[in-house]
Design a binder for this molecule. Structure first.
Ligand SMILES: [Zn+2]
Length: 144
């Protein structure tokens, strides 16, 4: 006899794992794009600062405040770039195979060592983690 409930549960696990993987891929490409944009902003800011300093020296009218403002702007872009870079590497973290312990690239569906299905394994672990959440204790009414 076929256990339809079991098959449906498995299908749900596959579906949730698949959607999670897609989300990760989107996040990685978004972060990569942000990193590229921040890098280009930083290059422009350095170029602006260089041009401003050049013009000031040439004209002999050095405006320190303007230079400080440019440097503050550069620091902001650099902080943003660090943040994006940290998040990028956090999202791109590797996935460890539970069966053989091999490290696989995040988003891998199967282990490159033993061929275990990483997506299903990960979804199963999440389900278990969800079940382990402590249930709220019933309120204790003490008789007085
Ligand atoms: Zn493995």
């Amino acid at each position: 006899m076929i256990d339809f409930d079991k098959i449906m549960d498995k299908a749900k696990v596959y579906a949730s794992a698949a959607s999670k993987k897609t989300g990760e891929v989107v996040e990685v490409s978004k972060l990569k794009l942000k990193e590229i944009q921040a890098n280009s902003e930083l290059r422009d800011a350095y170029a602006d600062l260089g041009a401003i300093v050049y013009d000031m020296k040439k004209s002999g009218a050095v405006n320190e405040d303007l230079i400080d403002t440019c440097i503050e702007g550069i620091d902001e872009i650099r902080a943003k770039l660090d943040d994006v870079s940290d998040r990028y590497h956090a999202v791109k973290k590797t996935v460890r195979c539970d069966f053989c312990g091999a490290q696989n690239k995040a988003g891998s569906l199967f282990c490159n060592q033993c061929g275990a299905n990483l997506a299903v394994e990960e979804a199963r672990k999440e389900d278990e983690a969800g079940l382990e959440k402590p249930a709220a204790l019933p309120e204790q009414h003490t008789e007085e």
